[in-house]
Design a protein around this ligand. Structure first.
Ligand SMILES: *Cc1c(COP(=O)(O)O)cnc(C)c1O
Length: 443
């Protein structure tokens, strides 16, 4: 009897556990028997309970979307716009590796490798160097949110849409954007920026190193020093140029530098390398108000990325697969070396300029010395329907060529030569298709 009652207890317990999981699965559980059920019959009883309650009782459920019952359609394209660029097979393969936990030792080691890769790409020894979870805009938001407090002024150098967007973010942060402008396709002089520093006494200066809307490469030498003379930090956007043109974060006294994964680093969009100098960290440490964004709080992120002496805490779940892919994009750059990558981008850009000239076209940026080799804006000649050239390339060759942004909308095409796509073959093919599209547009 004692045995029988204790075995009933076991069965009841097992059945009640089953009832709980049945309930959680959204079905209703009908109790088949409250008396002793021998273990051999137990399974059958549970199965009976399952099958008789599998019918859903509740509000009508809409039918599953038919579109999801078919495979998705992702054609192969050659992405010769300003980003994203094509990912090399090794990068795509890295993104398909098994999932692991965001705090597992293997993942933490990969984060360390990513950090070293970014330090190399940025040419910095900054301890606070990591990747923001999000695309380039996330790094822009993070820079603004961490450095500026309400009431702080940022001097924003605007020669394209990136200055416009950053000024918008400064404003949304409750800080003040003092904007200085020059036309798209032109760059700022130190004198112009010094005047802005004197007039607005900003806490930070923002400038775009590689403009992807105007096609310029802004000279940066001496700018960090100038900003520091006026007690301002220097924030630089290098999304559309990092890895394709010389950049030395430490030697050029840049305080906050960010980039993106999907341009020269030829990784999927979704991670943005960022680094903070000691000066930038001091400014953050002396804040009187808390950083408005929890997600972008650099101090928290630095801890998660192992940049301080404390044990790593869970801040958010890193986008594991995208970090794997970024790691491979950075590994590719490390194997290739920065010098080689800079040289390749310059040579491919030269090839593009020559080819354009033969087609009777010219880059929007007249002065060769200030052209961003990674993104070239091309002046649309009078009487040419720019869109038809873009459509021709896509429809006939699945090649992406982009139109203009901001003030240059309808005035330029843009061609990106980014990372894995930076080969003479790709440039020649793009020129050939461009020539055909142009002839077609003029017919
Ligand atoms: C692409 C780009 C960005 C970031 O854009 P996301 O779409 O958020 O990745 C920022 N700055 C420049 C100069 C860019 O070219």
């Amino acid at each position: 009897m004692a045995l029988a009652s204790s075995s009933r207890k076991v069965v009841d317990c097992v059945v009640s556990q089953a009832r709980r999981s049945i309930a959680r699965s959204g079905c209703r559980c009908r109790v088949v028997s409250s008396t002793h059920v021998p273990p051999s019959q137990y399974t059958a009883a549970v199965m009976a309970a399952f099958s008789s309650s599998a019918r859903h009782e509740g509000p009508a459920v809409s039918s599953p979307p038919q579109s999801l019952l078919k495979p998705m359609d992702v054609p192969k394209k050659l992405l010769m716009g300003p980003g994203p660029s094509n990912c090399p097979p090794r990068v795509l393969a890295a993104g398909a590796l098994p999932m692991i936990g965001h705090l597992h030792p293997e993942f933490l080691k990969i984060m360390d490798e990513v950090k070293e890769g970014i330090q190399y790409a940025f040419q910095t020894k900054n301890e606070w160097t990591f990747a923001i979870s999000g695309t380039g805009h996330a790094a822009m938001e993070a820079s603004v949110a961490n450095i500026l407090e309400p009431g702080d002024v940022a001097l924003v150098c605007q020669n394209g849409i990136w200055g416009q967007r950053l000024a918008d973010m400064v404003d949304r942060n409750g800080s003040t954007a003092a904007v200085i402008q020059c036309p798209m396709g032109e760059v700022f002089s130190l004198e112009q920026i010094e005047k802005g520093l004197q007039e607005h006494k900003p806490a930070m200066v923002f400038i775009t190193y590689g403009e992807s809307s105007g096609g310029t490469a802004q000279p940066l030498e001496g700018l960090g020093e100038l900003c520091h003379k006026y007690n301002a930090l220097l924030l630089v956007d290098s999304v559309a140029i990092l890895g394709g043109y010389p950049l030395y974060m430490d030697a050029w006294d840049i305080d906050i530098l960010y980039a993106g994964s999907q341009k020269v680093l030829c990784s999927p969009p979704g991670t943005s390398p960022i680094s903070f100098s000691q000066r930038a960290r001091d400014k953050i440490a002396s804040r009187k108000t808390r950083v408005r964004s929890f997600y972008f709080d650099a101090k928290e992120l630095a801890n998660y990325w192992g940049c301080d002496e404390h044990p790593r805490r869970y801040h958010h779940t890193a986008q594991v697969s995208t970090v794997f892919a970024l790691r491979e994009g950075l590994a590719r750059l490390a194997e290739e070396t920065l010098e080689k990558s800079w040289k390749d981008h310059r040579e491919c850009a030269e090839l593009l300029y020559e080819g354009l000239e033969k087609l009777g076209l010219e880059p929007w940026v007249k002065n060769k010395d200030i052209r961003n080799p990674c993104v070239t804006a091309i002046r649309i000649p009078e009487g040419v329907d720019w869109k038809s050239v873009v459509d021709y390339a896509m429809q006939n060759y699945k090649i992406e060529i982009a139109g203009g942004l901001g003030d240059l909308g309808g005035k330029v095409w843009r061609i990106g030569i980014l990372g894995y796509n930076c080969t003479p073959e790709n440039v020649k093919l793009t020129l050939k298709v461009f020539g055909e599209g142009l002839a077609n547009a003029r017919k």
